[in-house]
Design a protein around this ligand. Structure first.
Ligand code: PEP
Ligand code: MN
Length: 333
């Protein structure tokens, strides 16, 4: 059960609510987010929810039986959206396009990609400076100096940035140079990181773990939300299966099911989802038809020379053609 409290609830009203929760053997956890004040209650006993709903100080109350609560659509019936400013609202009526290289490599690279994004009406650039790599000898990113350069060029051009944070200690140093923190597949269940990102007043894009279930993704999202951050976006990026004809199996079912189970915006990552450049656009378009609120994909001025993930990265012509198709599809809808 979730109880939303009045923001300036009187102490005696809150005490009565807590007493009533104890009387039905439920255990409350108080959650304060940027937007609301909630009591998330766990318990088995059946009870008449009207007894809680009619108490003074209660704004709203819903029974949510799933292990995830505040991110559930049973709690918030409509869809939520994440506002990045500058007219970019992820999860509102518009489809959001985020694109950029797998890794930020140089000033020249960022300038070239920014120009490409602007030419194609893309307002959010992706790019990692802290890169999780399977091999410790592979390029692991330019680090914080690279992030400052990336942010400076994008800000000058009116572009928002999304970049991956890999550990708790990076949050503070990255904070001023990030519009959206990305939590990568490998950190999807790094609960300490999720806890800390819940205390931050910045948007979070949370990717599904490589072998994560939909339930696990939503429980990870609940970690961020229940720590206070409602600015959350879910991302399907493919899962590892027995199929090895491509890098990952993009789970298009997950898009439709996440939109059914959660009110949070859902973004599709077809680049990591299939891992094969030739098919990225087709899978991206399919994910929009399945209900995704937008796509995030990899683009580079010369994918063959990219420091990471070149095999799944679009060149500028392929990227422009993809955007054209997204726009046709979105206008058609
Ligand atoms: C990335 O976005 O470049 C990345 C490493 O993604 P994922 O965490 O989905 O593998
Ligand atoms: Mn990548």
């Amino acid at each position: 059960m979730i109880i939303q409290l009045e923001s300036k609830i009187k102490t005696k009203d809150k005490q009565l609510i807590l007493k009533s929760i104890a009387a039905i053997n439920h255990k409350p956890t108080e959650v304060k987010t940027q937007a609301g004040n909630y009591l998330v209650c766990i318990g088995k006993a059946d009870f008449d929810i009207r007894l809680i709903g009619s108490l003074p100080g209660v704004l709203d109350v819903h029974r949510v039986s799933e292990s995830y609560k505040l991110v559930s659509k049973k709690w918030k019936v409509g869809y939520s959206h994440v506002d990045l400013g500058g007219g970019i609202k992820i999860g509102a009526a518009q489809k959001t396009i985020m694109a950029g290289p797998c890794s930020i490599e140089s000033e020249e690279q960022v300038e070239k990609i920014v120009t490409h994004l602007k030419l194609n009406g893309i307002k959010v650039m992706r790019g990692g400076v802290f890169k999780p790599r399977s091999s410790p000898y592979a390029f692991r990113g330019l680090g914080i100096d690279g992030l400052k350069m990336f942010y400076r060029i994008c800000k000058k051009n009116g572009i928002k940035i999304i970049t991956e944070v890999m550990q708790v200690s990076q949050i503070k140093e990255m904070y001023d140079y990030v519009d959206v923190f990305q939590v990568g597949a490998r950190n999807s269940q790094n609960f300490n990181l999720l806890d800390e990102l819940g205390k931050v007043d910045k948007s979070i894009l949370l990717k599904r773990g490589m072998s994560g279930t939909i339930d696990e993704l939503l429980q990870s999202a609940e970690y961020v939300f229940s720590n206070g951050n409602e600015k959350l976006i879910l991302c399907e990026r493919g899962i590892r299966t027995y199929e090895n004809a491509y890098r990952n199996t993009f789970d298009i079912n997950a898009i439709a099911v996440l939109k059914e189970k959660s009110h949070l915006p859902v973004i599709a990552d077809p680049s990591h989802g299939i891992g094969v450049r030739e098919h990225v656009a087709a899978i991206g378009l399919a994910s929009l038809i399945a209900g995704a609120d937008g796509v995030i994909y990899e683009v580079h001025q010369c994918p063959e020379e990219a420091a990471s993930d070149g095999q799944q990265t679009l060149n500028f012509d392929e990227s422009a053609a993809f955007v054209k198709k997204i726009n046709l599809l979105t206008n058609y809808n």
